[in-house]
Unconditional design. Structure first.
Length: 489
């Protein structure tokens, strides 16, 4: 009979990525059947219950969950020892060994090294304080953190504008500045295109398509997914456009966004007309060109031939009546796929719906077509992003594959620095299992550059060999998935 250990350590905190690594190490311990080490958010408490563990009492969101189920007391002790080793603080160097003591605040670091770009990656409730400290020190700021209130975002961006500084984010997942990739980043060559992106994975799609066409970039400035909303009103988008317009290395600017507020988008287009550098737009939404088509327009504007976008085809299945189920790590990729699918197949239910009446809870079983963004703030509080930790998507993939109503599963897989080191190793067995059932087709958009550390071609082949249809273009993947339902391929 298994032995179970569940505890809530009050007031303990560790980074979600570090906790994911601790959980994986504990689960890999011989004799450990299940392990969860995570902050006690409501999402993780729900995951705790789904794994068969009892909820500890008392427990609060600032507590650390440690839950293990093992074969016997000996293996449980070994698993707990792995947890303690993973959570142990790293030793600090003795005074004088590495010179001066490291600065403890952004402002003290700026005083020592001079103002620069400050990267803020802390829990969302603390990001405002750190970002404002950086602005006070004269630094531009990239806020990787999500779950930052919109009122704080507006105040930060207004403060930056008053000081001729730039705020990237909040929830800025990708940027490339002076050739250095920040956040989720790809290995890209320098070139003439500057990207301003109110979207993380949308920017990554465009950057990887440019890479496939042999075109490099001058910079990629992620302004946060809400920047073109009615509330934020393009504050950082205009500042980023001005910065790239002043950059002699930038010959063309491409603005990328998830579905924007129409009035704000119109105002940004009008602002762009006053710049010296040509500006083109890739704004996801009904009636707009998809990201691949917008990238092709940019290439033509540079006088570059549009290539045949890479795809790794599989054998075509027969007609498949049933539903399309999308499981996405990237919100903008999910938006783009929903726009394409809704035009072809009708209503698509989602936790980030195109229309309010199409909203569904991310964990609720849904009739008909649906697409879930597992990178939404609601699902990343206290957890690593699904581009790092695929566990929630893998569980949902298995559930959708076993649902008789499911016909096609559509996934995005995003490569690059910061992302999972080998996503195909986890996804391929699940895809192969779905294929063996002989009923469900799997279609994948693989977002990566040729020189990314995961090996774009190797990942594509592994996913294809498991039974998936793989595309570099998310739009082409979504259209193909619709074809499998609408016309049977």
């Amino acid at each position: 009979m298994s032995v179970v250990h569940v505890e809530a350590r009050q007031g303990a905190y560790a980074d979600s990525v570090a906790l994911m690594q601790v959980s994986k190490a504990a689960a890999a311990t011989d004799g450990v059947e299940a392990a969860l080490v995570a902050m006690a958010t409501e999402l993780n408490l729900g995951l705790l219950g789904s794994m068969g563990f009892a909820r500890p009492d008392p427990v609060g969101p600032n507590d650390l969950l440690v839950a293990l189920r093992a074969r016997d007391h000996t293996t449980l002790a070994a698993g707990l020892a792995t947890v303690e080793q993973g959570l142990a603080p790293r030793p600090r160097a003795a005074p004088g060994v590495l010179g001066e003591q490291a600065p403890r605040t952004v402002s003290s670091a700026a005083r020592r090294a001079g103002p620069g770009l400050a990267l803020v990656s802390v829990p969302g409730e603390h990001a405002f304080t750190e970002a404002m400290d950086a602005l006070d020190a004269g630094c531009d700021v990239m806020i990787f953190s999500d779950n930052v209130p919109v009122e704080q975002e507006i105040l930060l961006k207004d403060t930056a504008a008053a000081r001729d500084l730039l705020v990237l984010g909040p929830d800025c997942g990708t940027a490339v500045i002076d050739g250095v990739g920040l956040g989720f980043a790809h290995n890209l060559a320098p070139g003439p295109v500057g990207v301003v992106a109110a979207s993380g994975t949308g920017a990554q799609q465009v950057l990887c398509l440019l890479d496939a066409a042999g075109v490099g970039i001058s910079a990629a400035l992620g302004v946060g997914g809400r920047d073109l909303s009615g509330a934020v009103a393009g504050r950082s988008t205009r500042a980023a456009l001005a910065a790239l317009d002043d950059d002699p290395a930038t010959e063309l600017i491409l603005v990328v966004s998830k579905p924007p507020d129409e009035k704000v988008a119109r105002q940004v287009r009008e602002y762009a007309l006053g710049l010296r550098t040509p500006v083109q737009f890739a704004l996801v939404g009904p009636g707009q060109p998809d990201l691949t088509a917008a990238t092709e327009t940019a290439l033509r504007g540079l006088g570059v031939a549009v290539p045949r976008w890479p795809r790794w085809p599989n054998s075509h299945p027969g007609p498949r009546p049933g539903s399309l189920r999308g499981l996405f790590a990237g919100g903008t990729l999910c938006d783009e796929a929903m726009v394409i699918a809704a035009d072809r197949l009708g209503p698509v239910l989602s936790n980030i719906p195109l229309r309010p009446e199409w909203r569904t809870h991310p964990h609720a079983p849904t009739p008909g077509h649906s697409m879930i963004d597992f990178g939404d703030d609601e699902l990343t509080t206290g957890r690593a992003h699904p581009m790092i930790d695929q566990s929630l998507r893998l569980a949902r993939l298995a559930a959708e594959a076993s649902d008789p109503a499911t016909s096609v599963i559509l996934l995005d897989v995003v490569l690059g620095h910061g992302a999972h080191p080998d996503p195909a190793a986890e996804l391929a067995p699940a895809i192969a299992t779905a294929r063996r059932a002989g009923r469900v087709a799997t279609v994948i958009s693989l977002i990566g550059a040729a020189a990314d550390p995961q090996d774009l071609a190797g990942q594509a082949v592994a996913l294809r060999d498991a039974g998936a249809h793989v595309f570099l273009s998310n739009a082409h993947a979504a259209a193909f998935a619709c074809d499998l339902i609408a016309t049977g391929g």
